[in-house]
Ligand binder design. Structure first.
Ligand SMILES: [Fe+2]
Length: 206
């Protein structure tokens, strides 16, 4: 019985101080289609989002009133900053193609008329002014290309993110200057479609 209570108390303490762990994307430094220095810097920024998400959780335990409310409002910004970067790094890889037999490709063609039409729409979304993310979502059997302002404004509720592209300036400006289109095209030519396809199959199950 004593052992049970020790385990129980440890579980409660761990739950109260649950923290998010940084995922290891270091292999991308060599494998991503972008310059190593850019990827290294980007991974450091991601690391900051993980630390800050944990920091926000800690602060929420020790603050009250207006201060607590202000920190609470900040949580989704840090949290989504962490999660969106993870989704982005996971779908980024050197040169893979979406098989012509893939059910996702067929779905894209059914929805957009052709794969090129989808790509053009994704590019136009990515060229929009501002900083944020471009996402191909699956929502109730529909595919939608959409935009998120910063990390947390305009996130589509209950839609499954399939493909995520970072269009904050830090994702490209040190390598391509203001040529965001160049970055977008390199990104689109270097997607890990196996990851995207898996997300699609998972999203279809709901
Ligand atoms: Fe980023």
């Amino acid at each position: 019985m004593k052992k049970f209570w020790i385990v129980f108390i440890c579980c409660v303490i761990n739950f109260a101080h649950a923290t998010y762990e940084e995922k290891d994307f270091s292999s991308l430094i060599k494998n991503s289609p972008f310059p190593e220095e850019l990827t290294e810097m980007h991974l450091k920024l991601y690391s900051g989002y993980v630390s800050n998400t944990n920091e926000v959780l800690k602060l929420l335990e020790t603050t009250k009133g207006y201060e607590w409310q202000a920190i609470k409002r900040r949580f989704s910004w840090e949290y989504n900053g962490m999660r969106l970067h993870e989704l982005y790094f996971e779908n980024l890889l050197k040169k893979t193609t979406l098989s012509k037999k893939s059910s996702l490709r067929k779905k894209i063609i059914q929805r957009f008329g052709s794969f090129d039409n989808w790509r053009k729409d994704f590019i136009e979304t990515g060229k929009m002014r501002g900083i944020g993310w471009v996402i191909l979502y699956l929502d109730n059997d529909k595919l939608i290309n959409d935009w998120i302002d910063e990390h947390n404004i305009g996130v589509l509720e209950n839609a499954h993110p399939l493909l995520i592209m970072d269009v904050w300036e830090h994702a490209y400006i040190t390598a391509y200057g203001l040529n965001r289109l160049k970055y977008i095209n390199i990104f689109l030519d270097n997607i890990d479609w196996q990851v995207v396809e898996k997300r699609y199959q998972k999203g279809k199950k709901g």
